[in-house]
Design a protein around this ligand. Structure first.
Ligand SMILES: [Zn+2]
Length: 327
């Protein structure tokens, strides 16, 4: 495990331990797969992981972004570099960044370009499986997402029917379509998840979202307890998992005494879309403009309800409640 420029370099085995032990306040329900296109294999010399990661960060800062867009980069030799804080929403896929983790696989995986190394393949599968385990996600094409499935202009998912990037590449695990993912990629992730000793996940008693710009985490349920210093505070809009409540405080870790003040949070409900397509609108009614759409099986968090409509985030994105199954 090596650190440079604020990034950590990990092997897949080190990553599994790292992510297992890491305390993450934000609830994640989507994992994005990308390829970098540039840098591609010719730009990687076997030793310049940190320089390439820093280069991508600089180019993203030049875009006007707050930091590097992705949470992880996976290199041709199978090494993984950390990027953006996991408490921050990524800049990965317009239309699918909320509650997501963004993985950039270094290379150009369009047909006829870079042939993906076996070590990188294994690392992509291992990282995806470890993240599914961490966030208790059953690998499927509602929660493992290819950039190609979203239109670039409006962020609507159309599964690559037009107006899309080829990312993560027309030859990414044999193709970038939903069928390719189901046929070639998901079985590897599922097999890898099963290979691990799967303890029963601890189910939260409820979910809340953060109202403050950042919310400090303490070692007990009162301001007299010390701050937890080895993790980031929870950020505005993030959905937290609550495992215990006491005197106006919520414990947000299943394994540690990590508490936040309930006063700076508001309850949200987790729900699953049960219609084949569900329109997302800019307000609570069919008269409001369409912002996008969701598919059957997509998971959402409901932040507010009004006249049978649900706001599914901090932005003005509303869906009718009749096509949501609440947990
Ligand atoms: Zn992409």
């Amino acid at each position: 495990m090596e650190t440079k420029y604020g990034f950590i370099k990990l092997s897949p085995t080190e990553f599994e331990k790292y992510i297992d032990e890491l305390k993450i306040a934000r609830t994640v329900v989507k994992i994005q797969q990308h390829h970098t296109y540039i840098p591609s294999y010719v730009h990687f010399n076997g030793n310049n992981h940190f320089e390439r990661q820093k280069g991508m960060q600089q180019s993203h800062l030049n875009n006007g972004w707050s930091d590097i867009g992705q949470h992880f980069s996976i290199f041709p030799d199978g090494m993984i570099l950390t990027g953006r804080s996991l408490e921050q929403t990524p800049a990965g896929i317009k239309g699918a960044n909320t509650h997501a983790i963004c993985i950039e696989n270094v290379g150009d995986f369009d047909k006829g370009k870079d042939e993906m190394n076996a070590k990188q393949k294994d690392a992509i599968v291992a990282v995806t499986a470890a993240l599914c385990k961490k966030f208790n996600l059953t690998p499927n094409t509602n929660n493992i997402l290819y950039h190609h499935w979203y239109r670039l202009d409006n962020g609507i998912r159309n599964n690559g029917a037009g107006g899309n990037k080829s990312c993560p590449g027309t030859n990414f695990f044999g193709g970038n379509k939903v069928e390719d993912c189901e046929k070639n990629f998901l079985p590897l992730v599922i097999a890898k998840s099963k290979a691990k000793n799967n303890e029963k996940p601890i189910v939260p008693i409820k979910y809340v979202y953060v109202l403050a710009s950042s919310l400090r985490i303490r070692k007990g349920p009162a301001t007299t307890y010390a701050l937890v210093t080895d993790r980031m505070p929870a950020m505005f809009g993030a959905v937290l998992r609550v495992y215990e409540q006491k005197a106006g405080w919520f414990r947000i870790s299943s394994s540690a005494q990590h508490w936040v003040s309930a006063a700076y949070t508001k309850e949200v409900k987790r729900a699953v879309v049960n219609a084949s397509t569900l329109n997302v609108r800019s307000g609570p009614g069919t008269g409001f403009s369409k912002n996008g759409s969701l598919n059957k099986g997509d998971e959402v968090f409901v932040y507010e309800t009004k006249n049978g409509w649900c706001r599914i985030g901090i932005e003005l994105n509303w869906v009718t409640s009749q096509f949501l199954d609440f947990q």
